[in-house]
Design a protein around this ligand. Structure first.
Ligand code: HAM
Length: 426
């Protein structure tokens, strides 16, 4: 009996880790410069948190949640997204107390029971940001700039921002009425879920994946054509702000996000290599969410991006990083000395010990093949010197032949040199 990772999940293998770490470091660095602090919420929450925020009629809640009952009969759900948990934590811990704007970011796994395909998994990873406390369109612009800056620094040049407004509680009823009016005569052509949506939440018909519904949805009126004055002014200010910042964007009237909490600004960022179906990430405003979750009415806006999708379109860094130093020994008396020295060198640099029996030439060859920059020679003749802090070091950067490159070095001085080298070159 052998096992495989569950369908829709994947191991992040050692050779992939360098790419993940580099992207995560970029995310943390840019978030820090934009003034966002990290928040880590549990991987599961009460099921009703998502039902109330993401929406009972959304695909996520209807079909994609990993929901289970715990031993006390509570219904819990593996988080399918990060915004509801973050706003739940914001309300629960009064994170907005004493400040106008609370800026939070997160990074971690999300779970959706989706049909696995390219760029779509059941456990996937997001990074995201939420700016909670301001209705100012300047914050929308700042959040979009945060996202584009991360993509830029991650090495993704050719990505494009699609922008739309989905209106708010004031203008949505007119839009909903128009959708009902347009689709009522075509009711029979809709899938059973969408027939229910037509009653309960016609907006969600816009993100149905059934081809017949998609075709009908393409022809129905867009939210942006029904905006009230306040929403229109907000939308205009976001457009102006993005243009002033030199960000290339396009208005996409058909952009709907498959989640109920959105109000006003909605956006997605796409990349040519992924196709129209798979966004790198998306987000928008959710001015009613904090109140919906029992907190004081507090506007907010944020985004989340799929890490797997980003990594699939950026260049991969070198996976395995070679040791900087290899200690070579082949004498039983030298083993303990070598181990002690190894432990010390590892305070500053990647180091390995090639000990045990073996011919000197073979050991040098192995060090060279491992890609080490320096070999510390610790054969029988060197043991006493190493005990006294004098090392015989061969610089392997010029290959094995160059005898000039072998020198006696004071241990402290060598460690300092390594420290500087690692700082410079990593
Ligand atoms: P979302 O559009 O559902 O938004 O997900 C954001 C991103 O997560 C997607 O654009 C995609 O890159 C990635 N993603 C989603 N599902 C999968 C999947 N099954 N496999 C791989 N990647 C996936 C949200 O989650 C909102 N919470 C974003 C947000 C934050 N809105 C406001 N603040």
């Amino acid at each position: 009996m052998t096992y495989k990772a569950p369908k829709g999940t994947h191991d992040i293998l050692p050779e992939e880790s360098a790419g993940w770490q580099r992207l995560e470091a970029t995310v943390r660095s840019v978030m820090d410069r934009f003034g966002y602090d990290e928040i880590r919420t549990p991987l599961f929450e009460e099921t009703t948190l998502f039902a109330r925020s993401v929406g009972e009629t959304s695909d996520i809640v209807k079909k994609e949640m990993y929901t289970f009952t715990d031993k006390k009969g509570r219904s819990l759900t593996l988080r399918p997204e990060g915004t509801a948990p973050v706003v739940r934590a914001f309300v629960e811990h009064h994170l907005g107390r004493g400040r106008d704007l609370t800026k939070l970011y997160y990074l971690g796994p999300m779970f959706r029971y989706e049909r696995p395909q390219a760029g779509r998994f059941r456990q996937f990873h997001q990074f995201g940001a939420e700016a909670i406390g301001s209705a100012d369109p300047a914050v929308d612009v700042d959040v979009i700039l945060l996202f584009t800056r991360i993509l830029e620094e991650a090495g993704l040049g050719a990505s494009s921002v699609a922008l739309n407004s989905v209106g708010d509680a004031a203008c949505r009823p007119r839009h909903v009425a128009a959708i009902r009016e347009a689709l009522a005569p075509r009711r029979d052509a809709l899938c059973p879920d969408c027939v229910e949506r037509l009653e309960r939440n016609p907006l969600r018909i816009l993100d149905c994946k059934v081809p017949a519904c998609r075709e009908l949805a393409a022809a129905i009126p867009s939210a942006i054509d029904f905006l009230c004055d306040a929403c229109r002014a907000h939308e205009g200010a976001v457009e102006e702000g993005l243009a002033a910042a030199g960000i290339w964007f396009r208005i996409d009237k058909s952009l709907v996000r498959g989640i109920d909490y959105y109000t006003r600004t909605a956006f997605e960022i796409h990349h040519g290599a992924l196709g129209a179906q798979n966004a790198l990430g998306g987000g928008g405003r959710y001015d009613g969410l904090a109140a919906e979750l029992g907190g004081p009415p507090t506007p907010g806006i944020g985004f989340a991006a799929g890490i797997e999708r980003i990594l699939s379109v950026v260049d991969k860094p070198t996976a395995h990083r070679p040791p900087v130093v290899v200690i070579l020994s082949n004498d039983a008396d030298g083993e303990v000395v070598a181990r002690r020295l190894l432990y010390k060198i590892r305070t500053v640099a990647r180091a390995e010990h090639f000990g045990g029996e073996g011919h000197v030439t073979k050991k040098f060859r192995r060090a060279n093949e491992a890609g080490a920059r320096f070999a510390v020679i610790l054969f029988k003749d060197e043991i006493e010197e190493v005990r006294k802090g004098i090392l015989t070091v061969k610089d392997l950067s010029a290959g094995l032949q160059d005898q000039e490159k072998q020198r006696k070095r004071q241990e402290d001085e060598f460690l300092n040199e390594l420290r500087a080298l690692v700082k410079r070159e990593g």
